[in-house]
Each structure stands twice: as C-alpha cells, then as structure tokens.
Design a binder for this molecule. Structure first.
Ligand SMILES: NC(=O)c1ccc[n+]([C@@H]2O[C@H](COP(=O)([O-])OP(=O)(O)OC[C@H]3O[C@@H](n4cnc5c(N)ncnc54)[C@H](O)[C@@H]3O)[C@@H](O)[C@H]2O)c1
Ligand SMILES: N[C@H](C(=O)O)[C@H](O)COP(=O)(O)O
Length: 333
C-alpha cells in the first residue's frame, strides 16, 4: 500500500442529497484531520461535477479546497429534487471513475453517496444497486451486503430482488459463498478472531419444522452444517422475528438475513441516520450511507450528514484493520 491512504467519495444522484452531504462531509473531514482525529496521511477525494458541488455545498463549499475533487461532468444541468434520466449515465461515470482509482491502487476505498436506481434504469441501463454493479465490475462471483449500526451487523443472503424471486435465490451455492465471505471479512476487515454468525430462517418461525416451508430443512440447515465443518461459527436457522430481541443480539457478531426487508428494517430502526452499508468480498473497501436520495430534502440543507460521516470512519477503520491483518499474514496490500 502506498504511504498515502486515499478514500474516494462518489457524490451520488445529482438531484438528491448526495452532493450537499458530500461537501458537508469534506468540511467535516478537513476539521477531523486538522484536529488530529484523522491521520494526516489519509486523503479524501470527491468524485463528481465540480460546479455542482460548489453550488450545492453552500457555505461548506470552501472546504473543497482542502480535499481532492475528481471532476466528472454532468450530462445535463441538475436541479435539486428533479430527476433527469440524462444524468443516469453521469452517476455511472462517477462510479466508473472511482472503480478505476481503486483498481490501479490510487485509492484503497470507495465511499458512495446515494444513487437513484430507478432513474438509472429509466436511462436504459439495468442497475440493481451499487453492490451488484461493483461485483460485476470487480469480476468477482459474489459479494455480500452488510449494514452495521446501533450495535448490530446485518448481512443479506440475497439483495435487490423482487420478493417473488427470493426463495429460488436462496440456494446451497449462494449460502456457501455468502457465509464464507462474511466470515472471512469479519476476520480480516473487522478484526474478529472468531465471528459468530446467526442465520435467519426464510419462513415464519424458521419453517415450523417443515409445516411452514421446507427451505430451512432442505437448504439452510445443510449450508450451516457445511459452514461449521469448514470452521465457521454459524448458528441456526433461527426465527427472524425473535433473533433480534436484545437478549439474543449479544450472542452473535452478525446476523445473516435471507432477504433485504427481513434484515434491513431492523437495522434501520436501530440506527437510521448513523448506519453504514458495507460491501464484503470486494478486492477493496466499499462503504455507503444507510439512506437514499431523499429528493424531498435535496437543496434544503436539512439532510442528516451522520450516516455519510460514519461510512467514511468505517472505511478508514476497515482499511487499517485489513492492512494489519495482511501484514500479520505476510500479504502485501
Ligand atoms: N446507498 C444508496 O445508494 C441507496 C440507499 C438506499 C436507497 N437508495 C435509493 O434512493 C432512492 C429513494 O429511496 P427511498 O425514498 O426509499 O429512501 P430515502 O432514504 O431516500 O428516503 C426515505 C425517508 O428518509 C428521509 N431521509 C433519507 N435520508 C435522510 C437524511 N440523510 N436525513 C434526513 N432524512 C433522510 C427522506 O426524507 C424520506 O422521508 C431509491 O431509488 C433507492 O433505491 C439508494
Ligand atoms: N439496500 C440498500 C439500503 O437499503 O440501504 C441500498 O438500496 C443501497 O444498496 P447499494 O449499496 O447496493 O446501492
């Protein structure tokens, strides 16, 4: 790893709150560095249209002088709260620029402000989310979405899928890969020596012994058994409705939910505005906010910057922990 550690922050959908939060994050970051709470050899580079950032940044815009800005031009002018499909491609341009920077070692982490999935699809590009886009661009067969906040870590076996498609996507192969990636990155990127993973069932009451669905018996239990045989401390399948009660939460380091809205409502209830979305299994660190584009708040200055700040702090911790783990195992990063 080069002496300078660099995080790139993609500034997100231009009509949303991403640009103003990114500039606010730049101001906060510069203050943290000046106060010595962020090491002097850590750099933040914003990726987006420079004029847009200056306009949306308001009084924080002066902070742009203290961080790097990698200019990516808007395709058409952008107004707060008004999506324009012509800028769908702009959003992907910012992601591609960030990917190029981690791919050639200029940066160690990507932090993403929120994008609007719908408008990118309306622009004619099939786009499920950053998670799937980064997986494809990195050329890896699987990554894992995990959100952290409020004392919880919740990973997902499936991500942005119609609910109707979920049971077919919960396969032996998927669970095997997800459990291995989750265990490996909890060790390498979070420094947990023995991660405990609580696995949710898919059906109510984890299938009620097969009376409310057989996925637990036929797919999830065998995957847990294979994981355990491989040295992974996976437990379950457990009923998702009670897995998150406070007395149980202390007994595991991460929960694995079977689908998006099984796990994320719990996490967002516990920590909305301060949670972090993390992609595990990439060859670099990627974190993001726990919220979307909030078109209703864009340009008002009322959006809470907490989650983006947490995403930056988490990315930095993950870089550090990964570097220490690699040094300990003789891998050069
Ligand atoms: N990381 C990401 O890129 C990401 C994450 C979640 C959702 N999204 C996308 O964002 C778009 C809009 O999604 P949505 O409307 O379901 O969710 P949203 O998070 O944009 O908005 C939900 C509610 O939370 C409020 N809110 C959101 N962020 C806030 C903040 N920082 N401070 C204060 N209040 C905030 C909004 O005003 C709104 O009332 C969708 O296209 C979705 O896919 C992107
Ligand atoms: N599933 C995420 C959430 O609810 O916060 C969000 O849609 C972002 O996903 P990507 O990081 O894949 O864009």
């Amino acid at each position: 790893m080069s002496a300078m550690r660099r995080m790139v922050l993609t500034t997100g959908e231009p009509a949303g709150i991403g640009p103003e939060l990114s500039v606010a994050a730049a101001a906060w970051f510069a203050g943290e560095r000046a106060a010595g709470r962020v090491p002097a050899d850590v750099e933040l580079v914003l990726v987006g249209d420079r004029d847009l950032l200056v306009r949306r940044g308001g009084q924080d815009a002066a902070a742009l002088a203290g961080v790097g800005v990698h200019h990516v031009p808007l395709r058409v002018p952008s107004e707060p709260g008004r999506l324009d499909v012509a800028n769908g491609r702009y959003v992907l341009d910012t992601l591609d620029a960030a990917i190029a920077m981690v791919a050639d070692g200029r940066a160690q982490a990507i932090v993403t402000a929120p994008v609007h999935k719908g408008v990118i699809n309306d622009a004619g590009v099939a786009f499920s989310g950053h998670t799937e886009y980064l997986q494809e661009r990195a050329g890896v067969d699987k990554v894992v979405m995990m959100l952290a906040g409020g004392g919880l870590r919740v990973a997902l076996a499936t991500t942005h899928l119609p609910l109707r498609a979920v049971p077919d996507a919960v396969t032996a192969q998927t669970l095997d890969r997800v459990l291995r990636i989750l265990d490996a990155d909890l060790r390498r990127r979070f420094g947990l020596a023995h991660p405990r993973i609580a696995v949710c069932g898919l059906n109510p009451h984890a299938g009620e012994g097969g009376h409310l669905g057989r996925e637990e018996i036929e797919v999830i239990e065998p995957a847990i058994a294979r994981a355990r045989a491989a040295g992974i401390d996976a437990r379950g399948p457990l009923p998702a409705d009670t897995l998150f009660v406070p007395a149980h939460v202390a007994q595991f380091d991460a929960a694995l939910a079977m689908f998006h809205d099984q796990g994320l409502p719990v996490l967002k209830h516990a920590s909305f505005g301060h949670g972090v979305n993390i992609t595990l299994g990439l060859p670099y660190v990627r974190t993001s906010v726990d919220h979307g584009t909030a078109l209703d708040l864009a340009g008002t200055g009322k959006a809470d910057p907490g989650s983006l700040q947490e995403a930056i702090v988490t990315a930095l911790q993950m870089i550090r922990t990964g570097t220490q783990a690699d040094a300990g195992s003789g891998v050069s990063a």
